[in-house]
Design a protein around this ligand. Structure first.
Ligand code: UDP
Length: 192
């Protein structure tokens, strides 16, 4: 996609549907794919933290998560078509994965949220293969990354909040030939 820079963060200039099509194609062709849905808080954080800025520059897709980014792009006279949020993207990909019998791995949120999430997902997306569902209160991500590397899920959703979720993805993404996306508080929303 063409890129629109907002305060040096490279956002994709794409509709939500075109973005989903591209991500689904990359999952189908087993390409490691790192998506960051960046809100204004993330953009401001990247200005203060060069390593996070580099991480955004190296992600496969950075999407505008929030009306503030859309407004900013408009003011800069390089408009973006619409918001692409982490929560909406996750729901769209779970529905797609359910139709195609794809596999998913969830990491993040509190144990009771994960327990509820497993039930909600099994009900709503019965054909989705849930290869792992772990809470986000671990000391060491390495054993979880080993399990992901072993199982090769089509999609990994990490819901432990920014910047840590993106930092872990940047460090471990090479271990799985699939989608990695940080989704913040999305498990709390979907499970409740
Ligand atoms: N969380 C977690 N492990 C931690 C800290 C937080 O799994 O060590 C979870 C928390 O339970 C919540 C999510 O991360 O589900 C953070 O959501 P928030 O909306 O604050 O994310 P942000 O908008 O900061 O990315």
């Amino acid at each position: 996609f063409p890129i629109v820079n907002v305060l040096n963060v490279p956002f994709i200039n794409a509709t939500q549907q075109a973005f989903l099509d591209a991500v689904e194609h990359r999952i189908d062709t087993r390409q490691t794919t790192f998506v960051v849905t960046a809100n204004p808080e993330i953009v401001m954080y990247a200005r203060q933290h060069p390593s996070y800025q580099t991480l955004l520059e190296n992600a496969d897709y950075v999407t505008p998560d929030g009306i503030g980014i859309i407004k900013g792009a408009e003011i800069l006279k390089t408009p973006l078509p619409e918001r692409i949020t982490g929560y909406d993207t996750m729901l769209a990909l779970l529905a797609w994965g359910n139709q195609r019998q794809r596999s998913v791995y969830f990491v993040g949120a509190k144990q009771e949220v994960i327990t509820d999430l497993k039930r909600v997902v099994a009900n709503r997306y019965p054909h989705l293969k849930v290869l792992g569902a772990r809470n986000g209160y671990f000391d060491d991500f390495a054993p979880i990354a080993d399990d992901i590397a072993q199982q090769q899920p089509d999609m990994v959703f990490l819901a432990i909040g920014f910047p840590k979720q993106e930092e872990l993805i940047a460090a471990y993404q090479h271990l799985n030939h699939g989608l990695w996306m940080g989704v913040g508080g999305s498990f709390d929303v979907l499970s409740g």
